[in-house]
Design a protein. Sequence first.
Length: 335
Amino acid sequence: MDIIDRLPKCELHLHIEGTLEPELKFALAERNKIDLPFGTVEEMRAAYNFNDLTSFLVGYYEGMRVLRTSPDFYDLAWAYFEKAAAQGVRYAEIFFDPQAHTGRGVPFDVVIRGLRHAQLDAEARLGLRTGLIMCFLRDYQAEYAMATLLESLPYREWIIGIGLDSDERGNPPNKFAEVYARARDEGYLLTAHCDVDQENSVEHIRQCLRDIGVARIDHGTNVLESPELVAELTDRNIGLTCCPISNRWVSDGTKAAQIKELLDRGVKVTINSDDPAYFGGYVAENLAVMRDAGLTAQELITLQRNAIDISWAPPAVKSDFLARLDALGGSHNAS
Ligand code: ADE
Ligand code: ZN
């Protein structure tokens, strides 16, 4: 069996709204009596022709209109969990974008109850453990992020950490310094997107590390432009959640060579899927990109070891995952 099929997998960069496949979008549109601007699944897929982050985000937010009730969010998450489990994912931390829903009149409670219900079923029925990370939309005001943070507090035990996503241009991490400080006080763990090849990518990475104090960075491969910041990542054991197939859509390639270089330099890089329904690849397909770029089986194992290491999984989940990886390493001819 192929090494990728046999690997236990840990997913750390997955926007649950980015797993909304066209088939489910049509089903939810019908359930909620919402008109879609496409007649067929094929037409919808053909319209996914983004060439940068901004153009992707337009379709991504537009697609979410079909999500209205807790059962809709349940169905969205459950569909992803079934796919993930089938690919050997044992632990997943999933992002959700509450403001993309509350901003169009869907209450926070409706969103999180649907997701939570699916998480509990995934654990019971699929043996898949998951965590929720609440992302703030960085192209909205910091005050709105703060209000959302306060709105999340009754559900504090259901959310492990916070993130920052959406359009990065002109929206540096420091815009949200106060929100991050408050989130830290509330016990949330911290991550943030520094998307590939953005304006001021390196400065944004610097702010995340030095000003905000994140525990990891989503994407972040532009750190290679600053040897000093690369050293800081390794010294502080701060990992990057990279997404090769997504990179191909929002920049000029998968960045597999850069990810490999970071791995060689001892940075805790990990491989993830980002928005698989839009970019066309779940975690196994993203790992296949790395294998096709020349990574050995042993390096693919290291990527999973990195992922569980920098994850926010409970200790028992980490040790179970590591035991599975060790068993694989022992039975496997490293090449
Ligand atoms: N929201 C969903 N996917 C995203 C990405 N790759 N970058 C920024 N925001 C996002
Ligand atoms: Zn992302």
